[in-house]
Design a protein. Structure first.
Length: 309
């Protein structure tokens, strides 16, 4: 009897349904929105959350008006709950021909549009049952997604970081100045600093890794420059520069194909080479599943020379 009683006291009492409700509420800020996300009634979601807090013996959210905001207990519980749900997903599909739940990757623009696609294609050949969901945002958005557990792994271009995240150097990329092939500065042996200062510029939006790298480089070398355009994607920026008289600073990975096709021209200058570090981001408190760990090993095993340039 004593042994049975001891076993009963050590038994896990919360359910995966309660964890699912908790994670959805943490993401959406209300049980109503959480219920819609996981296709349950609001009353069922509310009851599951109350039961979970009762079992744990602490509140997980602060009630701020109509919103539920994670408190200190909830923030400590969140990464462990997310890891447990991911492990449960892997276990559920263990014998179904799928090796893991889909891996959720967030990447900044240059990496997501130009570097990761060929890597993902080769990864899929050797891991045909490993699904990957790729979300593209600027560096700030990628950090937010990993911090909020909306992405398992992030790839960023800027030096930004976050207290809850681990940022590891991955590879380097070079920043280059480009113009339309018919631009008056195109074709020169070396464009002088004075001409660069007098030029009109088109840059990425603030918050992007490309914009941060451009600001650091241009301001350090040229001082103030005239920024006439700020655009949200590399593709829009390339199209604008190709059709007008503005200059742009973009990563070589994102303009390589346009340079090869003659749609853009690289401007040689006397400025020092501007290289930046691309990085991988994961959450400090979250254990990646087997698929995530394998994908990271694959990405870190890829050398710059294997990438399209």
């Amino acid at each position: 009897m004593t042994q049975k009683s001891g076993q009963q006291s050590e038994r896990v009492r919360f359910t995966f349904r309660q964890l699912e409700v908790f994670l959805a509420t943490a993401h959406d800020g209300s049980t109503r929105a959480a219920a819609e996300r996981i296709a349950r009634s609001q009353s069922a979601a509310s009851s599951a959350l109350v039961e979970l807090e009762s079992l744990l013996g602490v509140p997980l959210f602060d009630r701020v008006g109509r919103r539920l905001v994670l408190n200190e207990n909830g923030r400590a519980f969140l990464p462990r709950a997310a890891s447990l749900m991911e492990a449960a997903g892997e276990l559920e599909h263990l014998f179904s021909g799928r090796h893991a739940a889909p891996l959720r990757v967030a990447a900044s623009m240059t990496i997501g549009e130009h570097i990761l696609p060929p890597l993902l294609a080769r990864w899929k050949v050797s891991h045909p049952h490993s699904a990957v969901q790729l979300r593209i945002a600027n560096t700030t958005g990628v950090l937010a997604a990993v911090a909020a557990f909306d992405a398992d792994i992030g790839f960023i271009e800027g030096p930004q970081t976050h207290a809850d995240l681990l940022v590891r150097e991955w590879m380097t990329d070079e920043m280059v100045i480009v113009a339309a092939p018919a631009h008056p500065l195109a074709g020169r042996a070396a464009v002088p600093r004075a001409a660069l200062r007098a030029a009109r510029w088109a840059l990425r939006e603030r918050g992007s890794g490309t914009r941060e790298a451009a600001d650091r480089w241009l301001l350090a070398q040229l001082g103030q420059v005239q920024i006439d355009f700020e655009l949200g994607t590399p593709e829009a920026l390339k199209a604008l520069v190709a059709a007008g008289d503005a200059l742009a600073v973009l990563p070589r990975h994102s303009v390589a194909a346009s340079l090869a096709r003659g749609e853009l021209a690289e401007l040689p200058t006397a400025l020092p080479r501007a290289a930046r570090v691309l990085a991988v981001v994961t959450h400090r408190e979250r254990r990646l599943g087997a698929g995530g760990e394998a994908f990271l090993r694959y990405c870190f095993g890829v050398q710059d020379c294997e990438l399209p340039c």
